[in-house]
Design a protein around this ligand. Structure first.
Ligand SMILES: *Cc1c(COP(=O)(O)O)cnc(C)c1O
Length: 391
C-alpha cells in the first residue's frame, strides 16, 4: 500500500498541477527556443512561431475548431472579457441586450455588471433546483435588440452541465450569437463547437493540467463569420484581436495539455466517474447529507454536497490538514455569504452555507477517495456532536 501524501488534493476545479509531460514539452522554449513569434526575419522567431502554430492546432482540436479560429489569451477570464466586451462593442448598431444566467462564473457576471454600467441591458436567467436553465424562458427573453447569449457549459461549483446543443439551436434560429464559458468542461467531456452551434467559447490551460496564465477564445470563422472588437491593442498580434508578445512557453504547454486530454478523455471520463460515484456513495452514507445539482447531467469529476447544519468554513478548517478542498469557487471562497450559485438553485441558506465542493482529477486514486470518505465522516460526526453549528 502506498503512503498518502496529505493534504489529499480534491480542489481540481480551482486549478490542477501541471502534468510532467507538459512541463517537459515547455522547457526547451524557455532557453534554447526562446524567440519572439513576431521576429519574422530569423530562425529564433520561426521556431517559436512553429511551436505556437502546432499548439494552436492541438488547442483547436479539443473543441473541433480550426486553428485560425483560436485566439490565445492570458486565461479564461480574459477570454470571457474579450468575448463579451468585443461583441458588445462591435454589434452596438444591432442592439445592446445580452442574456446570461445567475449561475455564471464571476468572469462573466462581473463583466456583465461592468457592461451594464456602460448601457448594456442584461437578462439574468433563473435556474431550476437542478441548476439547469429553462429553454423556453431563454427563447422568450430574446428580443430584436438581443446580440448575445452567454451561458456556461459546466458550472464550476456544482459541475452541472447545461444543454448547450439546444441552446445553440435556439440562438441560431433567432440569429443571436452564442458565447459559452467551457472552462470546466474542456478535457472532461467531449465538446464540438460545430455540433453545438457555439459561436464563441472560452477555456483555460491551468484547469486541464497546463500552466497558469494562458487560455483561449474560439471565434467562429464561418456560418456565420463572427467578428469582435479587440480589447488589447498594440502590435496587432493574434490577427489583430489580442496584441502583446505571445506567451510561447505557456502556449506550448497549453497545446500539450490539450493533446494529452484528448488522448485520455474516454478512459479518464470512465475512471473519474467511477471514483466520483464511490466518493458520492460514501459521503451520502453520512446521515442528513444532500447532493446539490442535477444527479446525472454533470461533470465526471465534481460533487457538491451539503452537511447541515455545519458551516462550510468551519468544516473546511477542520479538514484542511487532511483534504484540500473548497466550498465553491476559489475566487469567492473568502466570502461568508452563501454561494450565489446554490441560492439561485433555490437551496435554502442552511444547506447553501453547509456545502463543500469535492473536485477530483488525473492524479486522484481510489485510496484517496476512501481516505476522504473516512475523514469527512469523522469530522462531520465530531462537529455535529459538539454542536459546532456556527462558523
Ligand atoms: C476558472 C474559471 C474561469 C477563469 O479562468 P482563469 O483562466 O483562471 O482566468 C472562468 N470560468 C470558469 C467556469 C472557471 O472555472
Amino acid at each position: 500500500m502506498s503512503i498518502l501524501s496529505v493534504p489529499v488534493y480534491m480542489d481540481y476545479s480551482a486549478t490542477t498541477p501541471c502534468d510532467e509531460r507538459v512541463v517537459d514539452a515547455m522547457l526547451p522554449y524557455f532557453t534554447r527556443f526562446f524567440g519572439n513569434t513576431a521576429s519574422r526575419i530569423h530562425s529564433y522567431g520561426w521556431q517559436a512561431e512553429a511551436a505556437v502554430e502546432l499548439a494552436r492546432e492541438q488547442v483547436a482540436q479539443i473543441i473541433h475548431a480550426q486553428p485560425k479560429e483560436i485566439v490565445f489569451t492570458s486565461g479564461a477570464t480574459e477570454a470571457c472579457n474579450l468575448a463579451l466586451r468585443g461583441v458588445v462593442e462591435l454589434y452596438a448598431v444591432k442592439g445592446n441586450h445580452i442574456i446570461t444566467t445567475k449561475t455564471e462564473h464571476k468572469a462573466v457576471l462581473d463583466t456583465c455588471k461592468a457592461l451594464e454600467k456602460k448601457g448594456a441591458i442584461i437578462t439574468y436567467l433563473d435556474v431550476d433546483a437542478n441548476g439547469l436553465i429553462d429553454l423556453t424562458a431563454l427563447e422568450q427573453s430574446i428580443t430584436p435588440s438581443t446580440i448575445l447569449v452567454s451561458i456556461m457549459l459546466a458550472n464550476n461549483e456544482t459541475g452541472v452541465v447545461q444543454n448547450v446543443a439546444e441552446i445553440g439551436k435556439i440562438c441560431k434560429q433567432h440569429k443571436v450569437l452564442f458565447f459559452c464559458d467551457a472552462t470546466q468542461a474542456v478535457g472532461k467531456i467531449p465538446i464540438d463547437v460545430l455540433a453545438s452551434e457555439i459561436d464563441l467559447l472560452a477555456f483555460s490551460s491551468h484547469k486541464i493540467y497546463g500552466p497558469k496564465g494562458v487560455g483561449a477564445l474560439y471565434i467562429r470563422s464561418r456560418n456565420p463569420r463572427v467578428k469582435i472588437a479587440p480589447q488589447i491593442t498594440g502590435g496587432g498580434h493574434e490577427n489583430n484581436l489580442r496584441s502583446g508578445t505571445l506567451n510561447v512557453t505557456g502556449i506550448v504547454g497549453f497545446g500539450k495539455a490539450c493533446s494529452i486530454c484528448m488522448e485520455e478523455l474516454s478512459t479518464e471520463q470512465e475512471r473519474l466517474t467511477r471514483l466520483r460515484d464511490r466518493l458520492k456513495d460514501g459521503l451520502l452514507q453520512i446521515p442528513n447529507t444532500t447532493l446539490n445539482g442535477h444527479p446525472s447531467q454533470r461533470l465526471p469529476n465534481v460533487l457538491n454536497i451539503s452537511f447541515p447544519p455545519l458551516n462550510s468554513g468551519l468544516l473546511l478548517s477542520a479538514l484542511n490538514k487532511s483534504i484540500a478542498l473548497s466550498s465553491g469557487s476559489a475566487c469567492t471562497s473568502g466570502s461568508l455569504d452563501p454561494s450565489y450559485v446554490l441560492s439561485a438553485m433555490g437551496i435554502d441558506d442552511t444547506h447553501a452555507r453547509a456545502a463543500l465542493r469535492f473536485s477530483i482529477g488525473r492524479f486522484t486514486t481510489e485510496e484517496e477517495i476512501d481516505f476522504a470518505i473516512r475523514e469527512v465522516n469523522e469530522k462531520v460526526t465530531q462537529l455535529r456532536n459538539e454542536g459546532m453549528f456556527i462558523g
